[in-house]
Design a protein around this ligand. Structure first.
Ligand SMILES: NC(=O)c1ccc[n+]([C@@H]2O[C@H](COP(=O)([O-])OP(=O)(O)OC[C@H]3O[C@@H](n4cnc5c(N)ncnc54)[C@H](O)[C@@H]3O)[C@@H](O)[C@H]2O)c1
Length: 281
């Protein structure tokens, strides 16, 4: 999510982090020196995920669709971990049950998915706001989806809603210096997605994505950085650059570095909403 050790002395509250993408994000926060609350309606999954991360992580029961459950979880996390600096609204219902025509589910089912995927984002943002406002580099990251651009299924409509909420929350929270952004991944190989989408994945990837391969966790959550290379033989310290006459690990002075071709992320795009005031935290 940020540079190495970018989470030092910071706390993230990640919803739906008992599994899949959220769990990988929680791992990344700890890899970067931060602490994380793994908030999930599936407490057993949250506890397993937290146990892997040791003291830097805590599991907390949280049903994002339930205002009181969210408030209790957010307060507990802030008290135990010393505040909340980043909220990741990752919890979501998706997979085949919800990738269906909009008139094919009942009103009750509509309320269920809207409660989690849309209202859940609002519940978490509202409860976390006072902590974020006092936080370090406060930010909210929402998980939309490529489906939010296609918007032709029940699920897609909810992820379109997340796009709208991202802009709305960015405006509302800007006075507190809280940045609000969203990512819109294509098909990402979380265990649940692979299990349930197996029959549909080829269609999703070949017909709907711009980049025709399954996304990996590392496309949206950085892999651990490689170990630093050994120092070049002529350089013993940073000031050795002038002693050796060339930049350590880079091209000689005066030459521009060639453009490196990075791995293309499997995303339709990132839609960044308005940022906080320039110069704010
Ligand atoms: N995997 C993909 O291909 C993909 C692509 C685009 C966007 N997304 C989005 O990314 C997010 C995570 O996807 P994933 O594949 O890791 O999902 P997943 O099914 O592996 O994990 C979702 C987690 O959310 C939790 N959850 C469900 N309802 C909850 C609730 N009411 N309160 C709290 N937690 C709840 C589940 O227990 C689970 O741990 C979702 O919002 C999804 O829509 C996924």
């Amino acid at each position: 999510m940020t540079d190495a050790r970018g989470f030092e002395n910071r706390v993230a509250f990640v919803t739906g982090a008992g599994n899949g993408i959220g769990r990988e994000m929680a791992r990344d926060v700890v890899r970067q020196g931060g602490k994380v609350a793994i908030a999930d309606v599936d407490l057993a999954a949250a506890e397993t995920a937290a146990a892997e991360l040791g003291d830097a992580a805590m599991a907390v029961l949280c049903d994002v669709a339930d205002e009181q459950s969210v408030q209790t979880a957010v307060d507990a996390a802030a008290e135990r971990l010393g505040g909340i600096d980043v909220l990741v609204n990752n919890a979501g219902l998706h997979l085949m049950k919800w990738n269906v025509p909009v008139t094919s589910v009942t009103a009750e089912q509509w309320h269920q998915i809207l409660g989690v995927n849309v209202v859940g984002v609002v519940n978490c943002a509202r409860s976390a706001r006072p902590y974020l406002a006092r936080g370090k580099g406060p930010a909210i990251l929402n998980l939309s989806s490529i489906a939010g651009y296609l918007s032709n299924t029940v699920y897609g409509i909810t992820k379109l809603g997340v796009r709208g909420l991202t802009v709305a929350l960015a405006e509302e929270f800007a006075p507190d210096g809280i940045r609000v952004n969203a990512v819109a991944p294509g098909a990402i190989g979380s265990d649940n997605a692979i299990d349930e989408l197996s029959g549909q994945l080829r269609v999703l990837i070949d017909d709907m994505q711009l980049i025709h391969r399954m996304g990996r966790m590392a496309d949206i959550v950085r892999p651990p950085p490689p170990p630093p290379p050994p120092p070049p033989p002529l350089l013993a310290a940073a000031s050795g650059r002038s002693a050796a006459g060339q930049a350590a690990g880079g091209p000689a002075p005066g030459r521009t570095r060639g453009r490196t071709r990075g791995r293309a992320p499997v995303m339709r795009g990132c839609h960044a909403a308005r940022l906080s005031r320039p110069g704010s935290r």
